[in-house]
Design a protein around this ligand. Structure first.
Ligand SMILES: [Zn+2]
Length: 260
């Protein structure tokens, strides 16, 4: 018993904290028995504007590792407070424009995030390598099958422009052949860009007929673009069942882009 504890000090009583849902989904799938995976604030729906609560600081303080993309302000703050627990997943990734965090929104690019998490886990805990390899393969299998669903469904669409309230679709656009446009930037800054009217005009000229928005933004979407159809999409992947989130997002995309 003592020997076991000496051999697996990282794993014994470990708890991992994920900064956001997309990281949480993968960590949950890869964690060995005995590791508790927790999500910051029980699931942040709007990571771009999140402000840390004392309970978040405590959660990370009590954990053994904090997994993040080092992209949002709250992630950077936690890294500063707990540098020794920080696991920066962005280091193995090539994020679009250097810091666009929405890599998870495309089931093809999300595989890279899963691989980045896997690589870090092997580095931290090589004794469990076989377990991580096996679980990663299961995750990738699911994502590959979702990727082919996305490819098929998004092939013939009337619109090739994905316009969203904030710029979230760069990875989907790259992977499935669209142009992504956003009325605000990748971190959904509170102040609309001065060029918003111009973006709107350009998107409509390119054939956009819908405005994709996050849950809770319907009124905003209507106000920003009264002539476009508001389409809700789960941009943060908030929820328990990953496959069904991806499939319902695909349905929303297919409706909004008028795919056949
Ligand atoms: Zn976003």
């Amino acid at each position: 018993m003592v020997l076991l504890l000496l051999l697996f000090p990282i794993i014994a009583y470990a708890s991992w904290v994920a900064s956001t849902y997309p990281i949480y989904h993968i960590l949950k799938a890869l964690a060995p028995n005995g590791v508790e995976v927790k999500l910051l604030a029980g699931g942040i729906k709007d990571p771009h504007h999140y402000e840390l609560k004392p309970s978040d600081i405590k959660l990370v303080g009590d954990s053994s590792r904090f997994f993040h993309l080092n992209s949002e302000a709250f992630e950077k703050n936690l890294v500063k407070t707990f540098p020794e627990k920080s696991v920066d997943l962005s280091k193995n990734l090539q994020l679009i424009d250097g810091n666009d965090p929405h890599i998870w929104l495309s089931p093809r690019s999300y595989q890279d995030l899963a691989k980045s998490i896997h690589a870090k886990l092997i580095q931290l805990d090589s004794a469990n390598r076989q377990h991580y390899d096996k679980k990663l393969e299961e995750v990738l299998k699911t994502l590959r099958s979702l990727d082919s669903e996305y490819s098929k469904t998004l092939k013939n669409c009337k619109s090739r422009v994905i316009l969203s309230t904030h710029m979230s679709f760069a990875y989907i656009a790259r992977d499935y052949g669209f142009k992504a446009m956003g009325l605000s930037g990748v971190h959904a800054e509170a102040e609309p860009k001065p060029s918003q009217a111009k973006v709107l005009k350009e998107a409509r000229a390119l054939g956009a007929s819908s405005l994709f928005h996050e849950p809770g933004e319907r009124v905003l979407a209507k106000r920003l673009a009264p002539h476009l159809r508001p389409i809700e999409i789960n941009i943060s992947l908030a929820g328990e069942d990953l496959s069904s989130i991806f499939l319902s997002n695909l349905k929303a995309l297919s409706t909004g882009l008028e795919c056949q």
